[in-house]
Design a protein around this ligand. Structure first.
Ligand code: KE4
Length: 430
């Protein structure tokens, strides 16, 4: 009997859809979700004790691999001192200082418990600090499930969004403008029409929720310049890319191409928690000091800065900051991305790929897409067959064509070679 199916049937009686987050249900790709029994390094074992090479890594947090000894030891030690206090601790300060030491754009940071909370709080702060209501996001970018951000593009170019979810009143999204990613003209037109009313742009600098789509240099420069010119704030949602694509996050990648580039606010999550519920948002002092208890923008959280989660995050950041870690991770991830493209060429299936640091993406398209519409031209059926072909060969990729993939410091060259061999066989069987 398939223990995954048994658990899935049982779970569906107690939990909606059998999962605590929709993407885990395999609805996009079909089939039975794998219930993870345990994980170690680059691998996890499912309820049938089947081993998989894990390219999800909890959707980004497990950059060191599962069960890294230094992280495990730090968490075990922290637990013996107490699980949660609802009072400040030194380790929150240490983690805040560690984050700030790698992100020169940030003067201050506030810890929260999820990426949704980070994005939602940064958005409220931007509106509170500017006194404006309108916000700009881009189709294909996901910033968590706060109401104002669950929006799809309106009918026309600079029209306001419509809710993507039931339960979100139209009033809540009436000030959310959804534009096309990498469309400089569309962004300029929106600022020409609404500039003095726009509180912020919120953008994934490398859109991992479109699998892997980079903001072009001209587009990111336009985001920065238009915000500066019109008194709006630029918020980089680096929940996925933060400490994942570079030790300085994606903003460091863009600062190497755009002299002086800095966001006003950044949302972080995933890696900075090392797998525990911890996220953050931060930015310039004059903006951050608008937050309670100093300023008028309220934001709070019972488990914010949780002492066990901060131990996990701090140990993770210290480990990835060691000399050579990111160079080795980037090289291994690039080898996977380049290898997938080469295997596609070899078997005659066009695959375009890209990677930055420990994050990669691939598309069953002969060209890398630059926006959501182009991503969705991918052959979903072929992707699903490829996904299951890889799963059957012990390789766990993201169960949706619009999701990114993640390599950890624990993935070996042998794992990459095994993955590429599996990809060749899975593509040949398409
Ligand atoms: P959480 O609330 O799920 O911690 O973070 C929300 C979020 C915010 N911003 C970005 C750029 C994100 O990628 C996310 C969450 N990412 C998804 C994966 N695409 C998490 C997986 C899931 O929803 O189960």
């Amino acid at each position: 009997m398939d223990q995954n199916q048994i658990l899935f049937d049982r779970s569906k009686r107690a939990i909606p859809g059998g999962v605590n987050s929709p993407v885990r249900a395999f609805k996009a790709v079909g089939g039975t979700p794998r219930f993870v029994k345990r994980a170690q390094g680059a691998y996890f074992w499912d309820a049938n004790d089947q081993r998989y090479i894990d390219y999800i890594g909890s959707w980004g947090p497990m950059i060191l691999g599962h069960g890294h000894p230094e992280v495990l030891a730090a968490v075990q030690e922290a637990m013996t001192q107490g699980f949660s206090f609802g009072a400040p601790t030194e380790r929150e300060v240490e983690l805040a200082e560690a984050i700030l030491s790698h992100l020169p754009s940030m003067d201050m940071v506030r810890l929260v418990s999820s990426g949704t909370e980070a994005g939602m709080s940064a958005l409220r702060l931007a509106r509170g600090a500017t006194g404006r209501n309108k916000i700009i996001k881009f189709e294909g970018c996901y910033h968590g499930h706060a109401d104002a951000l669950l929006v799809k593009a309106g009918s026309g170019l600079a029209t306001f969004g419509h809710p993507t979810s039931a339960g979100v009143p139209a009033d809540v999204v009436k000030d959310t403008l959804v534009l096309t990613y990498n469309d400089v003209a569309g962004l300029e037109a929106a600022f020409a029409e609404f500039g003095s009313e726009i509180a912020c742009i919120m953008i994934e600098p490398i859109a991992g929720n479109m699998n892997f789509v980079r903001a072009s240099i001209p587009f990111m420069k336009a985001c920065r310049d238009l915000c500066t010119r019109h008194g709006a704030l630029l918020i980089l949602d680096e929940v996925m890319t933060g400490f994942r694509v570079d030790l300085g996050s994606a903003q460091a990648v863009y600062a190497r191409e755009i002299p002086g580039f800095e966001p006003d606010l950044t949302a972080l999550g995933k890696v900075i928690g090392g797998g525990m519920p911890l996220a953050a948002f931060g930015g310039k002092r004059d903006v951050m000091e608008q937050l309670a208890p100093l300023g008028p923008v309220y934001q709070a959280g019972t488990l914010s800065g949780n002492p066990v989660a901060t131990a996990c995050g701090l140990a993770t950041i210290r480990a990835i900051a060691k000399p050579g870690f990111f160079e080795a991770l980037s090289q291994r991830t690039r080898a996977l991305a380049d290898g997938l493209r080469e295997v596609g060429q070899e078997v005659g299936v066009p695959i375009s790929t890209d990677s930055q640091g420990g994050m990669f993406g691939f598309f069953l398209l002969d060209q890398l897409p630059h926006n959501y519409g182009q991503v969705m031209q991918s052959n979903g059926e072929a992707f699903n067959r490829f996904f299951h072909g890889m799963l059957d060969r012990g390789v766990y990729l993201a169960p949706a064509l619009y999701e990114a993939g993640f390599v950890s410091g624990a993935h070996t060259q042998a794992d990459i070679e095994q993955t590429l061999q599996a990809a060749k066989e899975a593509l040949q069987a398409l």
